[in-house]
Design a protein around this ligand. Structure first.
Ligand SMILES: Cc1cc2nc3c(=O)[nH]c(=O)nc-3n(C[C@H](O)[C@H](O)[C@H](O)COP(=O)(O)OP(=O)(O)OC[C@H]3O[C@@H](n4cnc5c(N)ncnc54)[C@H](O)[C@@H]3O)c2cc1C
Length: 286
């Protein structure tokens, strides 16, 4: 069955306060940002009978604000706006690269970072960069505001820790000190408009004696939710990344993820490619 607008109720708040009040009154309402995920459900008739909370008039949530320590990205900021922002381009390039791989230009022009997060697909392409940047997601309800670390937002496939009356207000990211190495790689069937089989983001800092001072490495599409490779990171911290240690890290990767066979790829392929991405990141001389 196709979408039937006549069966739906549309709420169009003009302010953040009004939106939060309405959401508290209609807890089952579906927030609508860019609508790129929503329209898939709409086309399948799955939104029929729903109450829609249209967020498009919430001007304060359309802004990117530079803070003392980094940047605050409002919930209605699109993937395209993130790619064009000078501060984000300079200091958070992995996020820019991820946003540039989301669907095609039309999807990037409408789709929002907050919508990507709230949709909570295991294959959400922005999550691995946000995980290594240790982003915080600010949630608002009529009575309260709280910030969750990125990794605590996701509780399962398409499931989040948001309460029934909470909306994502913004994504807060501190600019990291300049890393010695960084990488973003999305591996899909095609270079554009493909859902990822695996997606990786990494940041690496060295001490003056060539030891790993800190490493952060995250993988998406490799578990129900995005994963930081905690075992790999702690194995490498404080060590010189010799080829032997790199191979140990590559072997350990499997203990931090749980990829599956599905219609896009196999567990074996996902593991092999992710191991190759980690090996390349640790071995590169750049
Ligand atoms: C053709 C196509 C290609 C795509 N390619 C990719 C891709 O390559 N990589 C990728 O990661 N994704 C992809 N997507 C998915 C989608 O475009 C992204 O997830 C996008 O960021 C969603 O943002 P949106 O603003 O359009 O969300 P919407 O569709 O408006 O909303 C998505 C979900 O989030 C909820 N929501 C939205 N805003 C808020 C808020 N502020 N607070 C709480 N809940 C909220 C909505 O209720 C809904 O459940 C693709 C989609 C399509 C249709």
């Amino acid at each position: 069955m196709r979408g039937d607008a006549r069966s739906m109720t549309l709420l169009r708040p003009r302010s953040v306060e009004e939106a939060l009040r309405l959401y508290a009154k209609h807890p089952g309402a579906v927030p609508l940002a860019g609508g790129t995920d929503f329209m898939v459900a709409w086309n399948a008739g799955e939104a029929n009978g729903c109450t829609i909370l249209d967020l498009s008039r919430l001007a304060p949530w359309k802004r990117i604000t530079e803070t003392k320590t980094g940047v605050r990205i409002g919930a209605l900021v699109t993937h395209r706006e993130i790619q064009l922002h000078p501060g984000i381009r300079k200091r958070l390039p992995l996020l820019v690269q991820a946003c540039a791989t989301i669907g095609g230009r039309q999807i990037q022009a409408r789709g929002t970072l907050a919508g990507n997060l709230a949709n909570a697909s295991p294959a959400g392409d922005t999550f691995a960069p946000l995980a290594v940047y240790e982003a915080r997601v600010r949630l608002r309800s009529a009575g309260a505001s709280r910030a969750l670390p990125l990794l605590s937002v996701f509780t399962g496939v398409k499931k989040t820790a948001l309460a029934a009356d909470e909306l994502i207000e913004s994504i807060e990211i501190d600019f990291p000190r300049r890393p010695a190495r960084q990488c973003f790689r999305k591996v899909g069937t095609r270079a554009a408009s493909a859902i990822s089989k695996t997606v990786a983001a990494g940041l690496l800092w060295f001490s003056s004696d060539g030891r790993v001072r800190e490493i952060r490495f995250a993988l998406g599409s490799m578990a129900p939710t995005v994963r930081r490779l905690a075992s790999v990171e702690s194995l490498l911290a404080g060590q010189k990344p010799t080829s032997r240690l790199v191979e140990q890290a590559v072997e350990l990767l499997e203990s931090d993820v749980s990829p599956i066979d599905d219609l896009r790829s196999t567990r074996a392929y996902r593991l092999e490619v992710s191991r190759n991405l980690l090996r390349a990141f640790l071995s590169t001389s750049r």
